[in-house]
Design a binder for this molecule. Structure first.
Ligand code: APR
Length: 176
């Protein structure tokens, strides 16, 4: 598996699946969720409506419709309430289930936003450590996934990703 960190808009990612930072309704919102719905077009909302919601820590799959990515994995991250209400377990579960779903569907490339670190207020360094540790643990021989991109919306978040990448992987990160 190759990991890279890039600054930009995840809706432009040309990979098998982009991950959305959704909420339990799956009916859209602001942030990356709003951007994905705008770029995918109204058929995405219809597909999400027919799923009927998703619990925190879980994921659901839809087509990408008008997005360059053919698939969207909707992950429902936790709202940060101080860290003692299962937030780390739920965030770990979002990343792990996203990787598991990508394996099940034979995706070879996947892109993640910084789930829960915007409106849901999860501290960025802690969330990044979870994202990158799960990615390292999912990098197993025989995996169909060969490219994993962490798309950061701003330079400050990307810098935190790079720093924590060095800590978790004991190597310098690639830049996409
Ligand atoms: N591409 C990549 N990253 C983005 C984009 C984008 N187009 N837009 C925003 N981001 C970044 C934010 O800067 C933040 O770092 O995604 C990260 C996650 O922020 P949010 O989108 O606010 O997601 P989250 O904190 O998980 O909150 C989810 O927000 O919009 C609602 O419906 C969503 O209720 C849910 C909640």
């Amino acid at each position: 598996m190759e990991f890279s960190i890039r600054i930009g808009d995840i809706t432009t990612e040309d990979c098998d699946a982009i991950v959305n930072a959704a909420n339990e309704t799956l009916l859209g919102g602001g942030g990356v969720d709003g951007a994905i719905h705008r770029a995918a077009g109204p058929a995405l909302l219809e597909a999400c409506r027919s799923i009927g919601g998703c619990p925190v820590g879980s994921v659901r799959l839809t087509p990408g419709f008008e997005l360059p990515a053919p698939w969207v994995i909707h992950a429902v991250g936790p709202i940060w309430h101080g860290g003692a209400q299962g937030e780390p377990e739920h965030l770990r579960s979002c990343y792990l289930r996203s990787f598991n779903l990508a394996e099940r569907y034979n995706f070879d490339s996947i892109a993640f936003p910084a789930i829960s670190t915007g409106m849901f207020r999860y501290p960025v360094s802690d969330a990044t450590r979870i994202a990158l540790s799960i990615a390292r643990d999912c990098d197993q021989p025989g995996s169909c996934i060969d490219t994993v991109t962490f798309v950061c919306f701003d330079a400050a978040t990307a810098e935190i990703y790079r720093e924590i990448y060095r800590e978790v992987f004991d190597a310098d990160p690639a830049q996409a």
